[in-house]
Design a protein around this ligand. Structure first.
Ligand code: DGT
Ligand code: CA
Ligand code: CA
Ligand code: ZN
Length: 567
């Protein structure tokens, strides 16, 4: 149902409908998508109109769909507009008006068509287009295609979890584990790999191909199978014997580059490593568990997140592997939004959800007043929020910290005066406007403000769709160390910003990292695991991350309480 509402919004946008009507459908789509309860049950109990953002008109359409399985509005607005065309609205820099024009004048219906009219120069000749606009669209297509050939970690993880759960319940298997890039927790995943042990391989593969969400069976044999799951996710399954499970897991976890190094090390020891085991001549010396394989190679266990041949082999040989941070080390979440701005969760609900995660503290970071699109807080409302937080803290086990995600404005100033920032426990400053204009300078200026503790999503990328700011991140890191400002690792799966590579550099420079989920509902707090995955891929240890601090230490580590400010 959420997808249908999104499609209606796309079609209306394409037709040049008024923005507020489009937004109403988008909002409905998001609310439904994030809904925990059964929508049919809500309807039965007459509670549909209690959903935030669902007006009478939308509620009627939900009921129509529940009762008839169809929605007239959907058929009406999408009539004559192919899906391939609407999908193109996700391309950055290509607005609905331009798309409609290209469709009408140049018969553009697919991305391939669009690329053709860009190459031929015909798109640039349309009224009000020009070379520069077209160049931006071309870049948008590039980014879109990059983002769509690989899956986000969040999508892949969910599919893998469901397939593994299905196999555990329906097939006779002994061990089961994800492998490949998913087990290494890469930010994007090409396909999902799953490894199992069990007696009857052919039967396990058959059960696998009967997974209810299978769209297509790509391969099915005695030791491997491959399916395409709804939504275009490929899942590869391998079956091995228990005596080879560890070696196979090592092999199929990859990365290829890491495996090449491992095999070479085996060779120098007069051994041979394959997916069947570690062999001396014909005799197997290790294979049951990954631990024994790594042990016998003289490396000691290397966590999957490090297996990229980025120095982990050298570190392992010297027994200098990092003691990676774990989810259990995390004492709190340092970025989230409440109903005061654009989230569906109240502060009390967030505190309660955080308690279930065993946290000591959370930082509420609603948007500041310039963020009109996100219902940013005027000073009056911010002050009202403080009162509510004080009240909640009297009862709550989790300490709610007063914070803000204050906009770094186009001129480099912050969206609130210092006298307001001073009142907050922690201040997170982020760029949401002017992505190309003096970003480095503006961020540095923000870091020189004694009340700014954290810079939010420092590169501004969206993995699936946006490249991010034009920013000298090295310089930002230098200033972060100099001023004692923390840089954020945003755990939202489409940001994961700082990236693993940037985190590694930051760690070596001595930058402190602050992890925030940027949750806009209580479920969003669970994204912490993606942040942790990225942190581990960036070699971070507990001491590199302020979320491992106790509440007391966290507050004592703010720049105003430490060695600074000398500026
Ligand atoms: P992906 O799916 O593109 O995100 O990346 P991976 O790493 O999951 O790659 P995939 O699915 O092609 O293969 C899974 C693992 O199997 C890979 O990480 C290492 C192993 N593997 C696959 N093909 C080869 C190969 O030709 N040589 C070696 N050494 N290992 C391989
Ligand atoms: Ca894979
Ligand atoms: Ca694969
Ligand atoms: Zn933000």
């Amino acid at each position: 149902m959420a997808r249908i509402f999104d499609r209606i919004a796309d079609a209306l946008e394409f037709k040049g409908e008024m923005v507020f009507r489009v937004l109403a459908y988008r909002k409905a789509a998001r609310v439904l998508d994030e809904l925990v309860e059964d929508v049919a049950a809500l309807h039965r109990d007459g509670k549909l109109d209690e959903l935030p953002g669902i007006g009478a008109g939308i509620a009627k359409k939900i009921v129509e769909y529940l009762e008839t399985g169809k929605m007239k509005k959907y058929a009406e607005v999408t009539k004559g507009i192919p899906d391939s065309l609407l999908n193109m609205l996700d391309i950055q820099n290509l607005g609905p008006k331009t798309l409609a024009l290209a469709n009408r004048k140049l018969r553009v219906k697919t991305i391939a068509d669009l690329k053709k009219v860009i190459a031929s120069g015909k798109l640039a000749e349309l009224p009000q287009m020009g070379e520069k606009k077209v160049e931006n669209i071309r870049k948008g297509i590039e980014q879109y295609e990059k983002g769509h050939e690989r899956l986000s970690i969040a999508v892949a993880e969910k599919v893998a979890f469901e397939v593994i759960d299905y196999l555990k319940r329906n097939a006779k298997i002994k061990d089961i584990s994800p492998a490949g890039s998913l087990r290494r927790w890469k930010e994007t995943i090409g396909d999902v790999d799953v490894l199992v042990t069990g007696k009857n391989g052919a039967k396990i593969v058959r059960t696998f191909t009967e997974y209810p969400r299978t769209e297509r069976v790509l391969a099915a044999g005695d030791t491997k199978g491959s399916i395409m799951v709804e939504g275009g996710v490929q899942v590869d399954l391998r079956i091995v014997e228990p005596k080879s499970y560890g070696a196979a897991l090592q092999y199929f976890t990859g990365s290829k580059a890491h495996n090449v190094r491992c095999r070479n090390i085996a060779r120098t020891k007069g051994l041979k490593l394959s997916e069947y085991g570690l062999f001396k001549g014909k005799k197997i010396v290790a294979g049951k568990t990954e631990e024994e394989v790594y042990e016998k190679l003289g490396l000691g266990y290397i966590p999957p997140e490090l297996r990229e041949d980025r120095g982990e082999i050298e570190a392992a040989l010297k027994k200098k592997l990092p003691k990676l941070i774990k989810l259990a080390d995390i004492n709190g979440d340092l970025q989230m939004h409440s109903t005061y701005s654009d989230s569906s969760a109240t502060i009390a609900q967030l505190a309660q959800a955080a308690e279930q995660l065993g946290y000591q503290y959370i930082l509420i970071t609603d948007h500041s007043r310039s963020a009109k699109y996100a219902h940013g807080l005027e000073i009056e409302r911010l002050k009202r929020q403080w009162k509510e937080i004080d009240k909640i803290n009297k009862k709550s086990k989790v300490h709610v910290l007063k914070g803000i995600e204050v906009d770094i404005l186009k001129d480099g100033k912050l969206d609130y005066p210092d006298r307001i920032l001073e009142e907050l426990d922690l201040v997170l400053a982020s760029i949401h406007q002017g992505f190309k204009k003096n970003v480095t300078e503006r961020m540095c200026a923000a870091m020189y403000n004694p009340y700014v503790d954290i810079i939010g999503h420092p590169t501004g990328r969206l993995i699936s769709s946006r490249e991010g700011y034009v920013v000298d991140i090295q310089k930002v890191m230098e200033k972060a160390v100099e001023t004692g400002t923390w840089l954020e690792l945003n755990a939202f799966w489409d940001r994961l910003d700082l990236s693993d590579a940037n985190l590694r550099v930051a760690k070596d420079m001595g930058v402190m990292i602050s992890i925030g989920t940027d949750a806009h509902d209580t479920k969003g707090l669970l994204w912490m695991k993606f942040g942790l995955a990225n942190a581990r891929r960036g070699w971070l240890e507990p001491r590199d991350v302020v979320n491992t601090y106790s509440l007391k230490k966290l507050l004592a580590s703010r720049k105003l309480h430490g060695k600074l400010p000398a500026f």
